[in-house]
Design a protein around this ligand. Structure first.
Ligand code: PAF
Length: 282
């Protein structure tokens, strides 16, 4: 695997691959890679001739009191993992190349509506930062296909909408959530959890599964189910963010007659903010 830091060098190398009729898959990440990321690389390998991963901790998607400075930077071990997973190129750009005019004087990509819900309430600038950097990365890499984890269900929807609205010539694929045996969704932020919090963390997924089971068995009092799940999580030691049963196509609150749903949830545990979700077909 070749690691490339410069935008022009990456573009030259990928230009040659494209000229040789190679189909290019892209997996954008912020590094600190875990098995979930590696599964994205495997999916990319199955879907294209060339796999490009990126590692860039994007400041634009972190709010003022969030974990930008603490976010783990582990380039060397990430390179080893990507190489072992048969990734072809790692693009690890410098901040000043991604934001040559600084972060304030910067064209922004805003995906209205969906970006303001759920995660967008506690993280109001987050999806604008994500959409902006993904759009820039798509412009640099020009992939045929890009793979994103379904753990970030709302992010995946924001990226699909952006790609559609801006007619970007890239296929967006979601990849199933990778989980620990306990059910805990794998996340770089799990590294913030203490040993004791690690024991508590799977309660989020368990509560989601129990709630989904109730929905499937015919309980459509969604507000009551959401509130009782929030209370269960608080009793286990979490602080509330959101726990919402939604329509899958627009992430608006589900109505009893809706059939295609998704339960999206986020909760704070110690220094970590954990998110998870589960789709429901009635
Ligand atoms: O999901 C992530 O790791 C990030 O939000 C992404 C898509 C790499 C953009 O910075």
């Amino acid at each position: 695997m070749q690691t490339i830091h410069s935008i022009t060098e990456l573009q030259a190398v990928l230009g040659n691959e494209r000229a040789a009729n190679k189909r290019i898959a892209f997996v954008p990440t912020m590094g600190n890679l875990h098995e979930g990321h590696i599964q994205l690389i495997h999916q990319a390998n199955r879907n294209a001739d060339i796999t490009v991963a990126s590692i860039f901790v994007n400041p634009l998607q972190f709010g003022e009191n969030e974990d930008l400075d603490a976010y783990p930077r582990t380039l060397q071990s990430d390179q080893e993992k990507l190489s072992a997973a048969d990734c072809d190129y790692l693009f690890a750009p410098k901040m000043e190349d991604m934001y040559p005019n600084g972060q304030v004087i910067q064209t922004l990509v805003e995906v209205p509506g969906i970006s303001q819900l759920h995660c967008g309430i506690s993280r109001p600038i987050h999806f604008r930062g994500v959409a902006t950097v993904v759009c820039k990365l798509f412009g640099i890499v020009r992939p045929d296909v890009a793979i994103f984890g379904e753990k970030d269900f709302q992010q995946l929807m924001v990226i699909r909408r952006m790609t559609e609205d801006l007619f970007l010539p890239v296929e967006i694929q979601g990849a199933p959530i990778a989980r620990a045996e306990s059910g805990l969704a794998l996340s770089s932020r799990n590294g913030y959890l203490s040993e004791q919090e690690m024991e508590i963390a799977p309660t989020l997924n368990r509560t989601i599964r129990e709630t989904v089971a109730q929905v499937i068995s015919g309980n459509h009092d969604y507000s009551q189910l959401e509130e009782s799940a929030q209370q269960q999580l608080e009793e286990a030691g979490f602080k509330r963010d959101y726990f919402n049963i939604c329509r899958r196509h627009d992430l608006q609150p589900a109505q009893p007659e809706d059939k295609e749903l998704v339960l999206v949830a986020a909760a704070y545990l110690g220094k970590a903010r954990l998110i998870d979700n589960m789709v429901i077909d009635l």
